[in-house]
Design a protein around this ligand. Structure first.
Ligand code: ADP
Ligand code: ASP
Ligand code: MG
Length: 420
């Protein structure tokens, strides 16, 4: 008998029919003798619907009080889907109980809309498991030290599932979704993308942080920190397929590097359109510019990703960086009002129509020329590179958003990712 955590995403929970299917699948696992904890997302579209309603009524200037209510609101999506799943399991003849995050409790800090899990008390869940119940724990949410409901950021149910698996030392955490595993790139953008039967934890971490939304990055961090065996697989296979076959399907996140050594240098391509570029132009070139610009941005709690400073000409330089698109307007205002006058810079300009495309692979550590192959392939498509950043196992470029698909397809081909 094993302790298994299943997580089902929004599409997998998207209708009563799909919830019934999930219930049948979970019941199959429970009947095979496993202790089952299930973490569902809200039904697809529900979180967007709820947040859309809030937006209609939102005050002109929002603050923490508003974010608190967003979490009260958005958390109801998972509460509803969890209760529905428990009911569906009861219809399958399985004893089942659902808990909201605060009931477990899953304790988080107070950063509304992007809270971090601090601890999970599994006593109540264990009691139910011992009594033969399937336990459903809402994804995406927790409770802060003051008893406020918090949420973990979009896509956060992955993190709930892995955190529960880590806290309970589960034998495996299975992330069921609407694709049958982790692919070389988003299969919705590149139809030739191939499923990876394994992907190293480090690669998965990079891919998630660089925009592959198949897993929320925090979930991968948890899996790495607590060595949670984790697999991404499809919820759209027939629920009654052989359980051993199902247990081996999808993509396994591995923690040993050696297995991958003989494989491709580049394992995957990630991309995202979530960033915007800001340039402070004509800055007098003297020590402390980076600190003055980025220090002000950091003080406003805005995260900066890529940074580039141009060579200075006639004593002046241009300084560019990227931030999340949600922080774009705020950063522009901050720079215009405070930083540009203080620095004596000419102007600040912004571009939200950019995207970041990245190649990822642990093989890049031991091979040279990978980045230049990337640049060549983009230049052959006539795509201009605006910014570059590299680390041991990835190279990212910022390009015009309109070339995103072209770039991803070209790189997928250049690195032979469509070849098995
Ligand atoms: P869920 O609702 O199950 O959490 P998500 O929509 O969050 O599902 O994540 C699954 C989606 O991630 C897929 O439908 C796919 O379009 C997208 N995706 C992006 N990059 C990848 C990738 N490398 N491999 C697989 N899916 C990817
Ligand atoms: N329902 C939440 C969202 O849409 C969390 C999740 O699905 O993982 O972001
Ligand atoms: Mg998701």
């Amino acid at each position: 008998m094993a302790l298994i955590v299943h997580k089902y995403g929004g599409t997998s929970m998207g209708s009563t029919e799909r919830i019934r299917n999930v219930a049948k699948r979970v019941a199959k696992w429970a009947r095979a003798g496993h202790h089952m904890v299930v973490v569902p997302s809200a039904m697809s579209g529900e979180t967007n619907r709820l947040l859309g309603l809030a937006k209609e009524l939102a005050p002109a200037k929002t603050n923490t009080a508003y974010d608190r209510e967003l979490d009260m609101l958005a958390s109801t999506g998972e509460q509803a889907s969890s209760a529905l799943l428990a009911i569906a399991l009861q219809s399958e003849g399985m004893a089942s109980v659902s808990y909201a995050g605060w009931q477990v409790p899953i304790k988080t800090n107070s950063a509304f809309t992007k809270a971090r899990i601090e601890s999970i008390d599994d006593a109540r869940v264990r009691q139910d498991l011992a009594a033969g119940r399937v336990v459903i724990v809402t994804g995406f949410q927790g409770v802060d030290p003051d008893g406020n409901i918090t949420t973990l950021g979009r896509g956060g149910s992955d993190t709930s599932a892995v955190a529960v698996a880590a806290a309970m030392k589960a034998d495996e955490c299975l992330i069921y979704t609407d694709v049958d595993g982790v692919y070389t790139t988003d299969p919705r953008v590149v139809p030739e993308a191939r499923r990876l039967s394994t992907v190293s934890f480090e690669e998965m971490l990079e891919m998630a942080s660089l925009g592959s939304k198949v897993l929320q990055i925090r979930s991968v961090e948890f899996a790495g920190k607590y060595k949670v065996p984790m697999r991404v697989l499809s919820s759209f296979t027939p629920w009654d397929i052989d359980i051993h076959e199902e247990a081996k399907s999808g993509t396994l996140i591995t923690f040993e590097e050696d297995e991958k050594m003989e494989q491709a240098v580049v394992s995957g391509i990630a991309f995202n359109r979530d960033e915007a570029k800001i340039s402070v132009v004509g800055v007098p070139d003297k020590p402390g510019i980076a600190y003055q610009i980025l220090g002000a941005v950091a003080s406003a709690n805005i995260e900066v990703d890529m940074i580039i400073q141009n060579l200075s000409k006639d004593g002046k330089t241009d300084f560019s960086f990227t931030v999340h698109r949600n922080d774009f307007a705020r950063t522009m205002d901050l720079l215009k009002e405070k930083v540009v006058p203080a620095l004596g810079a000419t102007e600040v300009s912004g571009d939200a129509k950019i995207c970041k495309v990245s190649i990822v692979g642990i093989g890049m550590r031991s091979h040279v020329g990978i980045a230049s192959k990337m640049f060549r392939s983009l230049s052959e498509e006539g795509i201009n590179i605006q910014m570059i950043s590299t680390s041991e196992i990835k190279t990212s470029v910022v390009i015009d958003e309109k070339y995103m698909e072209l770039a991803v397809r070209a790189l997928h081909k250049a690195f032979d990712l469509d070849q098995a």
